[in-house]
Design a protein around this ligand. Structure first.
Ligand SMILES: [Zn+2]
Length: 312
């Protein structure tokens, strides 16, 4: 015969099992309830999460440490697109590889005219718009696509995201609106901190490996005077490196900006010759430690640049 403490522990065990089963069910119901969203980049994922909060489940296709302009889609990307209700892309030919993937995914909702298709460049004033580009290095053909690197552009991008979420999940639009306003208020406070932090760099010319920074530079009044790549997407040639070195000496450039996915060799060579320091910046959320979301991306980059400037 069981004593009462045995009975109690059996009952307790049973109660715990029930509670456990209930929480698993509740969790999966919540997960099913969330709007499944695919973004091409981690930056857009972070901005969709800022608006969507816990109402959305967001996956970004390009891993943080990879160059999105050179990305080769994987088989699992196709499955992700089949299951998504919303797709958010950078546009401006930055994620051109997405078009073929979309054609294969056979999810008409996410096609260019579908209710689930979002080009986040909508409404952005594009910098460096030129005519048709020809020859090698087709990147930046429609103008410079790195527009999320002006943190102020998040106002426009999140407004486009809000509209799309309102279409897909109208019942929760007030939650999305409140999330967006809270995020923009936090960003506004941070923006003035970053402006203060980057003020000492205003008079200092900079050089970068790839031309990712015109929007960032315009916001914080920085001056990029040259790029190691011969053209966007075309690796440096010896004669181009010689010309950049000349510019660096003539303009007294003391900082070269490199992104983690870019080769180190030519950057280190130029830095040595010109007596400059190399600052590694993240052009995308997650590309470096402590860049886990849109705001910490700028926080870390502003810190790295201001540390390099004050060390000189
Ligand atoms: Zn680029």
């Amino acid at each position: 015969m069981r004593n009462s403490s045995q009975t109690k522990s059996i009952l307790l065990c049973f109660a715990m099992m029930l509670a456990c089963a209930y929480s698993v069910l509740a969790w999966s119901a919540l997960a099913q309830d969330r709007v499944p969203i695919v973004t091409t980049t981690t930056d857009l994922r972070s901005l969709v999460e800022a608006v969507g909060g816990d109402r959305v489940e967001v996956i970004s296709l390009v891993p943080a440490a990879m160059d999105a302009e050179e990305y080769q889609p994987k088989p699992q990307d196709l499955l992700r697109l089949k299951n998504a209700r919303l797709l958010v892309r950078v546009g401006l030919d930055y994620d051109l590889w997405l078009d073929r993937l979309l054609a294969q995914a056979d999810n008409p909702d996410l096609g260019r005219d579908g209710a689930g298709y979002v080009d986040a460049s909508f409404g952005i004033s594009v910098l460096e718009v030129r005519g048709l580009s020809v020859g090698p290095g087709h990147a930046h053909g429609l103008g410079n696509p790195h527009y999320w690197l002006d943190p102020k552009n998040a106002e426009i991008i999140t407004s486009t995201i809000l509209e799309a979420l309102a279409r897909r999940d109208p019942a929760n639009v007030s939650i999305y609106e409140a999330n967006r306003l809270a995020f923009l208020a936090r960003l506004e406070t941070k923006l003035s901190e970053w402006e203060t932090k980057l003020a000492p760099l205003k008079a200092r010319p900079l050089v970068a490996y790839h031309n990712s920074w015109p929007y960032f530079a315009r916001r914080f009044r920085l001056d990029f005077v040259g790029f190691l790549e011969t053209k966007p997407g075309v690796p440096p040639s010896p004669s181009h490196l010689a010309a950049i070195l000349q510019t660096m000496r003539a303009r007294a450039v003391r900082i070269i900006v490199r992104e983690p996915s870019q080769p180190e060799r030519d950057v280190a060579f130029l830095a040595g010759k010109a007596g400059a320091s190399v600052v590694t910046l993240a052009a995308s959320v997650g590309a470096l430690p402590r860049t886990d979301d849109f705001i910490s991306l700028f926080e870390r980059n502003a810190e790295a640049l201001s540390a390099a400037a004050s060390a000189q």
